[in-house]
Write a protein that binds this ligand. Structure first.
Ligand SMILES: C[S@@+](CC[C@H](N)C(=O)[O-])C[C@H]1O[C@@H](n2cnc3c(N)ncnc32)[C@H](O)[C@@H]1O
Length: 435
């Protein structure tokens, strides 16, 4: 077992986990803030916001972005607010991609990067290099890629690093897209040593991954197996980890995502958490999906503040006109967010409701402060995202450390500004190495 790189001053994982838990419990009220009901419930005045923290409503969007992404504070703010911002930014796990010892990082060949956007290239390249190095040191020739999507990672492993890859995904369109991509790449590079086979299967809870390895062995012949998964949504990460342990594979490299889709089967996993009855509410899991490290482009953030504000105003219009109130509105086209009037027209049209008789400007004027207040609260809420994600990741790490004969590592693999879900959990099953 190797200790993850904990934020200063933590050395002991248990005391780090305990601090994360206490911090989340103290600040979970922030996850319970619904922008939709902000105006109708008069949340600014009736919610549990410490009165001194309301000073944040006077900060502009640029400053709020810096608060969320860098933990920026101002001297004149009250001590309790400064302490919260500093503690929230300090507690998240260190996410700057470190140089893995012995890993030779290589760029993806442009002939293999077909259809990948820049983000995908920057995510897939380092992860593929790490898997390739582990495959060399662990003498692995075959890889099971679970939740492979269109096989971006699989294709690099197969065509650049000559591994035999069985790419599994539950979505027929992803598999069809992956097969087309693979054909396209093969036309460009010709036949290499590594092979890539796609299989459309939904990986079930307690799945016996040996079944898939049997299919792979029929395609590739005998070999030593490793398992990987990039951005395995929700429970697919825990299913993969558990499946790895009962399979013949000796190495697992997994990067999870979409914590909002986690069920009680996927979190918590470790005895350390289970014995303390630690759980996370649906709201906190939703917050963990936020990416404050990416709040560096103010224009995007400004847009999301506007969207939340417009949605809160829409709810006020629905309530004050005795229209049926709704909590979810299927996503509106981007063009709906051009300005407030366009947004309300599009939304009411979607809901088959008439425009209100009161001019829209009246609603805007009445609630003009709500824009800044929502932005301030959304910023504070985003600050706890890294802490909640770290708590989830430390559960997966704790699960690994509780197992005999298994080494577990938790490391950032990609620049977090490029890809916020950038922490890889690596398991090496030493017993399987000897077999
Ligand atoms: C976020 S995407 C990542 C795709 C790919 N690994 C990548 O990085 O481009 C997650 C993929 O996992 C697949 N998936 C989620 N749960 C699954 C399950 N239980 N069984 C099989 N595939 C699953 C989805 O269909 C989706 O293609």
């Amino acid at each position: 077992m190797s200790h993850p790189f904990l934020p200063f001053p933590f050395i002991c994982p248990n005391s780090y986990i305990e601090t994360l838990h206490t911090f989340i419990q103290t600040h979970k009220w922030l996850s319970e803030f619904y922008a939709i009901a902000f105006i109708t419930t008069d949340y600014w005045n009736t919610g549990p916001i410490p009165p001194q923290w309301k000073i944040l409503e006077w900060e502009n969007d640029d400053t709020l972005c810096r608060v969320a992404s860098e933990g920026f504070i101002k001297d004149e703010w009250p001590e309790s607010l400064k302490q919260f911002v500093l503690e929230a930014s300090r507690l998240g796990m260190k996410r700057d991609a470190r140089n893995f010892e012995d890993v030779e990082f290589a760029d993806i060949s442009p002939r293999i990067a077909v259809g990948m956007n820049t983000k995908k290239v920057k995510e897939t390249g380092p992860l593929a290099s790490i898997i390739r190095t582990l495959s060399q040191t662990q003498h692995i020739s075959h890889i099971l890629d679970l939740g492979a999507g269109q096989g971006y990672l699989s294709s690099v492993l197969a065509y650049q690093y000559n591994l035999n890859v069985l790419a599994i995904d539950g979505s027929s369109s992803q598999i069809a897209g992956g097969r087309r991509r693979a054909e396209n790449i093969k036309k460009r590079i010709g036949d290499g040593q590594g092979r890539l086979v796609f299989l459309e299967r939904s990986v079930q809870e307690e799945e016996d991954l040996e079944r898939f390895m049997g299919v792979g062995t029929n395609c590739f012949g005998e070999g030593r197996w490793g398992i990987c998964g990039l951005h395995t949504c929700g429970d697919l990460a825990s299913t993969t980890i558990r499946g790895f342990l009962t399979s013949r594979a000796s190495v697992l490299v997994n990067v999870g995502c979409c914590y909002n889709k986690l069920t009680e089967k996927g979190f918590p996993m470790s005895q350390h958490y289970k014995s303390r009855n630690w759980t996370l509410s649906a709201n906190l899991l939703m917050v963990a999906c936020q990416a404050p490290s990416r709040w560096t482009t103010t224009s995007t953030t400004k847009m999301s503040f506007n969207n939340l504000y417009y949605r809160a105003l829409l709810q006020d219009i629905l309530v004050s006109n005795n229209y049926p109130t709704i909590t979810s509105l299927r996503s509106l086209p981007q063009s709906a967010f051009t300005d407030f009037e366009t947004y309300i027209r599009t939304a009411l049209n979607r809901l088959q409701l008439p425009m209100p008789s009161t001019p829209l400007q009246v609603y805007l004027a009445k609630h003009q402060n709500a824009r800044r207040q929502i932005a301030a609260l959304w910023t504070l809420r985003a600050l706890i995202a890294d802490v909640v994600e770290s708590f989830i990741l430390m559960d997966r790490w704790s699960f690994g450390r509780e197992l005999d004969g298994v080494k577990v590592f938790l490391e950032p693999v990609v620049d977090p500004v490029v890809s916020p879900r950038n922490m890889a959990i690596v398991f090496i099953n030493e017993r399987k190495q000897q077999e």
